[in-house]
Write a protein that binds this ligand. Sequence first.
Ligand code: F6P
Length: 367
Amino acid sequence: MAKKKRVLVLTGGGDCPGLNAVIRAIVKRAAQTDDWEVIGSMQSFDGVLNEPTEIVVLDEKKVDGIHFRGGTILGTTTKGGPFAWPVKNKDGSWGSADRSEELLRKLQFLGVEAVINIGGDGSQKISQRLFELGLNVIGVPKTIDNDLSSTDYTFGFQTAVQIATESVDKLATTAASHSRVMIMEVMGREAGWIALHAAIAGGADVCVIPEIPYEIAKVIAHLRKRYQEGRGYAIVVVAEGAMPKGGFVYAHEATEIGNANKRLGGVAFQFEQSLKEAGMSFDSRVTVLGHLQRGGVPIAYDRVLASQFGVKAFELVLDKKFGEMVAYRHPNVISVPFLEAIEKYNYISKDSDLIRTARGLDISLGD
Ligand code: F6P
């Protein structure tokens, strides 16, 4: 039997619902050819760089039924990568090493002809650099934050919105029972997509997002209005990257070895404190949804989008369209060069229909 060509698949960055559906789609599409086999690298590129290597064969049996499982069967990491591999210096401090040349040599040794890198902006920046070094790479975008500009949507986002919306629904019943202001914080980094969608779908009263810095007095005025109108409780959705006018994003310094990202999360407590200090007298409680938004099964929409991305990614390998990332432009799945894909982020525009809708529903954005 002739030797098959190998495509290596990996998942990098934070996990998100739908990753397994992408992996399954790549494997199923590759199985329709006679000459390709799929292998996976565990924990992003670490599986190739580690000694011994951690590489798994991905056949149809291995991916059977994984489309509705959250997380990633390949594992993932937000630390390091081939260009910034964490190394301990002699004095005990941590530095980083460029292991990209070694990676390329090992991939050649493993007989890898193409790589499909499933990951967010950080991962696709790595894809571009490896492509520049001559690697045949295809990218698949993923993030619950929906902040990549070259694709209408990323899979995982709608699942996160669904979880956040169901959480608003739950908070509303307990808020009504106790006449409280419930403040719910959602993820999204510098983008307010999850927050605004959940606020609209869940019927929230206030939604503060990074794109529109808020004034606490305006938030309080709106809450008072809602109580005076007889609603008797209120729901406030706070994006983790929200900030007051003239203020800063609430973030913790990066502390994990090899992970340079500042950690967001917890701003809702500060927001509640500001409400109290500015004179809000209603009882309030804070819920930080955190990683609940990234766990569990992907909703049907995300499974479909992830499957479309997986099939397209393998077809790009067949077409040798390396250096490109798959993207969704309604109603088609297309591909865009990495350089275009990583050029800028996707934030909510102040004059977008989504913002107009929120205002039309009397959701205060605090401005
Ligand atoms: O980018 C996805 C995301 O879930 C952000 O919304 C969030 O700020 C971050 O990742 C959390 O990262 P970690 O899993 O490293 O805590």
